[in-house]
Write a protein that binds this ligand. Structure first.
Ligand SMILES: NC(=O)c1ccc[n+]([C@@H]2O[C@H](COP(=O)([O-])OP(=O)(O)OC[C@H]3O[C@@H](n4cnc5c(N)ncnc54)[C@H](OP(=O)(O)O)[C@@H]3O)[C@@H](O)[C@H]2O)c1
Length: 411
């Protein structure tokens, strides 16, 4: 006989399982973050021009904007490492991603795209190493970005991949690694000021936050590598939003799902979270500017929105852009999401606590905690904005172009 259980019951079981599964993971993260033997980093001479960049994640949302910004700038050769059966298919995938951004007239003569799965060592792909061994720079934009992952599901793409790239970097390359503000656990850093020089630490993530745990393990590994001589810049974006010029967004990310899922039910949750959205062209521009024109004195750069939107402000923006939504109690919003069989928030909603506002000590930490307005880390980007405005002011990425984003996202 088939047993019918409600979404609410499924949610309770899922959250309980994740809470139990959290135990023991801190040790795993610490072990994975250890660099271990066999890494000797050849120094890169300061001020040497960037001539050959290895770029990962170029079929992804941020990576393709980084690639477009690099190509617009001209100059260095670029080799993309992209998952595919062969190099031709890999090139095809990157060109398709570029076309979706709407970037036109790019000079592709210095671009090569090679097939490689980053969860495997570079040596496992025949013929790859000789084609990239002379590169001087790695920009690592690749990651498995899925907020429903457990640690173990994202470990290959987000942690082991970095270890393999560090072997490559040890040949004499400077590393630019895209991390995330999600490395700061909202509970461990509750109400703490977090600047670019704050180091994240292990602890207080739940098993529901496998993605955050892998990003943390990767950052900790990089700090060890820095001690051993790696030249490295870490970028910590918050929520990466659509392109401020074109409205090109990522149809598969949390932000698009949250906004389109809420528009479908005509409602936003009336809760104290804030969305700090940084346009992808701002994030990509800051990374490319730093790679080409300067190194950073700070431990990391924080690439977050100029202003964090409350749910009221988001509702106003959506109404102005022609998609009116009402603010409703959180429980009502969640129940409407549950009832919408086509909701893009379906998978994620199982991980949303039934009892927001926060009671963090008592229950499984969730994605929403990192956006809570009156708790969690107090993130600052003063050093980043000062550095960017001094030496490499972003040309784009100001303001959120809801109109064009919605036109694209809702069709
Ligand atoms: N999006 C955000 O709001 C946000 C916020 C903070 C930080 N970040 C960070 O920014 C970076 C880029 O994120 P995104 O939003 O652009 O993600 P995305 O759109 O999902 O792109 C991820 C990229 O990584 C590649 N990748 C994943 N696993 C791989 C593997 N095993 N081998 C080779 N390539 C692999 C993907 O290739 P395929 O096309 O083959 O899958 C894709 O190109 C990530 O490091 C992410 O953690 C993102």
């Amino acid at each position: 006989m088939q047993t019918l259980i409600s979404t609410g019951q499924k949610r309770a079981v899922t959250l309980q399982m994740l809470q139990q599964g959290a135990q023991g993971f801190d040790g795993k993260i610490a072990a994975d973050a250890k660099l271990g033997q066999g890494f000797v980093f050849t120094p890169v001479s300061e001020g040497a021009p960037v001539q050959h960049i290895v770029l990962t994640g170029a079929t992804g949302f941020l990576g393709v904007h980084v690639l477009a910004a690099l190509l617009r700038n001209g100059g260095p050769r670029i080799t993309c490492l992209t998952r595919a059966a062969d190099n031709d298919t890999a090139l095809q995938r990157v060109l398709e991603a570029l076309a979706k951004t709407g970037a036109e007239g790019l000079n592709l003569s210095g671009l090569q795209v090679l097939a490689h799965d980053l969860s495997r060592p570079v040596q496992d792909t025949p013929g790859l190493l000789p084609r990239i061994a002379q590169a001087d720079t790695i920009i690592n934009c690749a990651a498995r970005v899925n907020f429903t992952d457990r640690y173990i599901q994202a470990r290959g793409a987000n942690v082991m991949s970095l270890r393999h790239l560090l072997h490559l970097a040890s040949l004499g390359m400077r590393m630019h690694h895209v991390s995330s503000v999600a490395v700061f656990s909202p509970h461990a850093f509750n109400r703490c000021e977090v600047t670019e020089d704050t180091r994240p630490r292990i602890g207080a993530f739940s098993a529901a936050q496998g993605y955050c745990q892998t990003k943390l393990a990767a950052e900790l590994m990089l700090h060890e590598a820095e001690r051993d001589g790696l030249q490295n810049t870490i970028y910590r974006p918050g929520l990466i939003g659509w392109d401020s010029q074109t409205g090109h967004g990522n149809p598969a990310d949390f932000l698009t799902h949250f906004i389109t899922g809420s528009i479908r039910i005509g409602a936003l949750p009336d809760i104290g979270i804030r969305l700090s959205i940084a346009p992808v062209d701002y994030v990509a521009g800051a990374i490319v500017g730093t790679v080409l024109h300067g190194t950073s004195e700070a431990e990391a750069l924080h690439l977050v929105g100029e202003h964090a939107l409350s749910m009221r402000e988001l509702a106003d923006e959506l109404s102005k852009a022609g998609a009116p939504v009402a603010l409703v109690p959180y429980e009502t919003w969640l129940a409407r999401i549950d009832a919408d069989t086509e909701s893009p928030l379906k998978a994620l909603s199982l991980l949303l606590p039934p009892d927001f506002p926060l009671c963090p000590a008592a229950r499984t930490p969730s994605l929403l905690d990192s956006m809570a307005a009156d708790s969690g880390p107090r993130l600052s980007d003063h050093i980043t904005r000062a550095e960017l405005s001094k030496s490499r002011p972003p040309q784009t990425g100001q303001g959120l172009n809801f109109q064009d984003f919605l036109k694209r996202a809702l069709t």
